[in-house]
Design a protein around this ligand. Structure first.
Ligand code: AKB
Length: 321
């Protein structure tokens, strides 16, 4: 049986990925770790949890050694908007943290999953049907760390044979744990506000198309890629994966099918709008489909229905879907 370490386990993706991994590989075989944020009760009580600091290699190595870990899902990172507000911290967490994980993986012979992002693209990248292999000149610290991370993971595979794999996640939509300071956070907030107040003011402008994905598909992508036959993988560390390309008004239209009174207006945040404008409208994810069978289950309609159903239960509001 695998022994898995998850970093960033209390975060938006980590909190759900850890539980999915525990269900698949056994609670005791998945060691969840976080830095500052307290894990929720389910995460805390269902298996091992430790606080570590990925910028200190000894704390990562100690857990890997103690539990004889063979696989690391490295999710600890700063998202795009917070990274732009504190680029020095973003470099430390996103780059030094990844370097420490890769070095630990090299020493203890672990395989590593690290997410990259649509943020690895920037000005000069074709925005429509963004190819798998194309210009990557991002102008944010988040983007710089994501491109460098993709290259570093490729390097550790080629030079040291560390089994590194990763996807370029789009904005991830979920109802369990809130995202922590990304540009695509608007697409999660809109559902909370629709249920609570039947209105939302978007910080991303009308007509801004971005790739999004519902959490169950994001989890499937990570686990399926790590289970994939390595002989078939040509793009190990940076597979484009997408499920839908939408603008704020498209989500609003879909919400209105269930909550007809819902209204959307705009108060654009220049920082996050500039980041969004530099990212693809829609990525071409055919390499992931061909090399390891990527196929999302949810589209905008099915995601919206499920989000509203689950979130209204969580918020204690009755809404018929
Ligand atoms: C962000 O908005 O920073 C993230 C991402 C797309 O990488 N959700």
């Amino acid at each position: 049986m695998k022994k898995i370490l998850v970093t960033g386990a209390a975060g938006q993706i980590g909190s759900e990925l850890t539980m999915a991994l525990r269900e698949k590989y056994g609670n005791e075989n998945v060691i969840a770790t976080g830095h500052i944020k307290e894990p929720d009760e389910t995460l805390h009580n269902s298996g091992p949890f430790h606080f570590i600091d990925c910028t200190k290699i000894n704390t990562v190595a100690a857990i890997v050694k103690k539990y004889r870990v063979d696989t690391i899902y490295h999710l600890a990172a700063l998202l795009s908007a917070v990274a732009e507000k504190d680029p020095q911290l973003a470099w430390d967490v996103n780059m030094i943290g990844l370097y420490n994980v890769l070095e630990t993986a090299r020493t203890y012979k672990c395989s590593v999953f690290t997410p990259s992002s649509i943020g690895a693209f920037g000005p000069g990248t074709p925005l429509d049907h963004t190819p798998q292999d194309t210009t990557q000149r991002p102008n944010t610290m988040y983007g710089v760390t994501k491109v460098a991370g993709e290259l570093l993971c490729d390097y550790y595979f080629k030079r040291f044979k560390v089994d590194t794999r990763g996807v370029r996640y789009p904005g991830i939509i979920s109802y369990k744990t809130l995202p922590g300071g990304g540009t695509t956070d608007y697409a999660v907030e809109i559902y909370y506000e629709a249920i609570k107040h039947k209105k939302y003011t978007s910080f991303i402008n009308r007509g801004t198309y971005l790739d999004l994905m519902y959490m169950p598909d994001a989890i499937t992508a990570a686990i399926d890629l790590m289970e994939a036959n390595p002989d078939k993988l040509q793009h190990r560390n940076a597979f484009n994966v997408s499920a839908m390309s939408v603008a704020p008004e498209n989500i609003a239209d879909e919400i209105r099918k269930i909550i007809p009174e819902f209204t959307l207006d705009y108060k654009v945040d220049p920082l996050r709008q500039a980041i969004a404008d530099s990212w693809p409208n829609n990525m071409d994810d055919s390499a992931a489909r061909q090399e390891w069978g990527w196929e999302p289950e949810y589209n905008l309609e099915s995601m919206t229905k499920d989000m509203i159903e689950k979130l209204s239960q969580k918020l204690g509001k009755e809404i018929k879907t």
